[in-house]
Design a protein around this ligand. Sequence first.
Ligand SMILES: *Cc1c(COP(=O)(O)O)cnc(C)c1O
Length: 223
Amino acid sequence: MINITLNQLLAKIRQAEVSFNRKPGSVQLLAVSKTKSAQDIAVAYQAGQRHFGESYCQEAQKKQRELGAFDITWHFIGPIQSNKTKILATHFAWVHSVDSLKIAKRLSEQRPSRLPPLNICLQVNISGEQSKSGITLNELPQLCGQVAELPNITLRGVMAIPMPEEDFDLQRLPYKTLYQAVEKLKIPGLDTYSFGMSGDLIAAIAEGATIVRIGTALFGERK
Ligand SMILES: *Cc1c(COP(=O)(O)O)cnc(C)c1O
């Protein structure tokens, strides 16, 4: 069943790339498996999915142990507590939700030297007061500069979780603003826009998403 859903979802992403003049294959699907079982992940894996996103450290670690034999690229997308950075630095390839220099420094210091640099995105709060996580657009240039100097992490781009909107044009607006602000910074090597969830993935693709983070549309509703 998930096989069909995965293929339909990938087809929808490819279709949106065509509709909005995006390069074919430029949008990657991150399957958000938080609250879902290792078995659910295994089924999506068998259908070809390799990138999975988790929001809670302990829950993720349990599944990572169960799925140790699978060639999965793990992404962390949840709020980060400083006492969890060592786990993130050790067990993930990507962290999308970095929102302070302190957290970035800890991730860099704690990244094991046997592993390639940790890929990180800075989470930007583009809907103002509505969400507690993320830096402001004003803070972005300076933090990009500081984070880019850290040795064991690679700054790949930005992540955003805008306020939910029904209207397509309203969904596009915050992504457009952030995309343009990042492009203006002209930071070499910055190639990732972690934009879009089940409810707004088309709008996100229209505005430059390179990774869409999809849970519900792939695995069904969470309890
Ligand atoms: C849960 C979550 C998602 C997936 O949301 P859906 O609406 O289920 O697709 C994406 N990004 C983040 C940061 C999340 O916490």
